[in-house]
Design a binder for this molecule. Structure first.
Ligand code: GDP
Length: 356
């Protein structure tokens, strides 16, 4: 972690990511440098220490909490004589494990192929150089072209399938909008408690787990809220810092649900020491997907863990900006429902006109 202040917390989060991918963490090595090493990312001293540690423990794989260049990854694999996986590949792997819907699976596959594509060229270039290029140029180039074309074709097929699913989604959304139903999207940092809150609000059994990325696919349910009437609530994918850009692109369709919402509930883990950093990360993603102007209520969740009481906070204009709840204990939920109803009243007049 370069120049980042709370590397301890980042290390813990990374450990959770590793566990999410099914790894058992044997040892952690922290490296602090001003600038990553071009060849190995970490310095030679750290590398030696890590290699010795890996050799003395029963290690199968080395995980890096950073994005590695293909060259760095290759050099490290040689130094460790083990498979080396960087943060981007790890996150893609977890997404691949967790995707449940047809659309989610397509999106992950697309992101993985795109990630592979960027490495492929360099892999072949490297092979050619390694053998002095002699005798490799012809077949190497042909093979590279073939691999690229095959992946390119696959990417095209996936894109077409995805846009079909997207069109269906848009149709569904339109028919909802015509009914004047308000749509609410839960957004937030991974593990903030979105699924738990979604369940508490809708009393459905969506999957909630102490794992990063438990939710990959948007789940949508209709609920009735006193004073707001029919409301469609969507639980969306959790945001996390340094989300690979290929993933953001692949999940555009899923995130579009968020962009189209009338109201966002930004769920925050009030008990996390990193909560302010996490709020900023989520806001960054919201801006990236063009959702930053949607009315938003900050929902401070897990108040049971920090001993806060349920409450509602308003700004100077009297608009509700913060609601404190515990999704686990189901406290503060009436306040949240009231806040949704109030928001509907404020934006209600615009909903119908905006959607038509
Ligand atoms: P998501 O990734 O945002 O969907 O988060 P989840 O709903 O899967 O919850 C992540 C973890 O936080 C789970 O272990 C939940 O049981 C826990 N959690 C969720 N809400 C609360 C809460 O209000 N209080 C406490 N103490 N834990 C919570």
């Amino acid at each position: 972690n370069f120049g980042k202040p709370d590397y301890q917390a980042h290390a813990e989060e990374f450990e959770m990511l590793a566990k999410g991918a099914g790894a058992e963490v044997v040892a952690t090595v922290m490296a602090k440098r001003d600038k990553p090493d071009a060849a190995y990312f970490i310095g030679s001293g750290k590398l030696e220490e890590a290699v010795l540690l890996a050799q003395s423990s029963d290690v199968d794989i080395i995980l890096f909490d950073q994005a590695l260049s293909p060259a760095q990854q290759r050099n490290l694999e040689r130094a460790f004589n083990l498979r080396v996986v960087d943060r981007v590949a790890l996150i893609l792997d977890i997404f691949a494990l967790r995707a449940k819907s047809h659309e989610g699976k397509l999106q992950v596959e697309l992101a993985q192929l795109q990630h592979l594509m960027t490495r492929l060229t360099r892999m072949w270039t490297h092979l050619e150089r390694q053998r002095g290029g002699i005798g490799m140029r012809g077949p190497g180039e042909a093979q590279l072209e073939m691999d690229k074309r095959m992946i390119g074709d696959k990417v095209k097929v996936l894109r077409e399938r995805l846009s079909k699913v997207e069109r269906q989604r848009t149709t569904q959304r339109r028919s909802r909008a015509r009914g004047g139903t308000m749509s609410v999207s839960l957004v937030g940092y991974t593990n903030a408690g979105k699924s738990t809150l979604f369940n508490a609000l809708t009393r459905a059994g969506a999957y909630a787990a102490d794992q990063l990325f438990a939710t990959l696919d948007t789940t949508t349910r209709r609920i009735w809220i006193e004073g707001a009437g029919q409301v469609v609530v969507s639980d969306t994918v959790g945001f996390i810092r340094d989300l690979p850009t290929t993933l953001i692109a692949a999940f555009k369709a899923t995130l579009e649900e968020t962009v189209q919402a009338d109201l966002l509930l930004h769920v925050i883990d009030a008990s996390s020491p990193q909560r302010d950093e996490q709020i900023l990360e989520v806001n960054k993603v919201l801006e990236e997907i063009g959702a930053k102007d949607i009315p938003c209520i900050l929902v401070y969740n897990k108040i049971d863990a920090v001993g806060y009481e349920p409450k509602i906070e308003r700004n100077e204009e009297g608009r509700i900006v913060r609601v404190f709840v515990s999704a686990l204990d189901r406290t503060g939920l009436d306040g949240l429902r009231g806040a949704i109803a109030e928001a509907k009243e404020k934006i209600g007049n615009n909903v119908a006109s905006l959607k038509n």
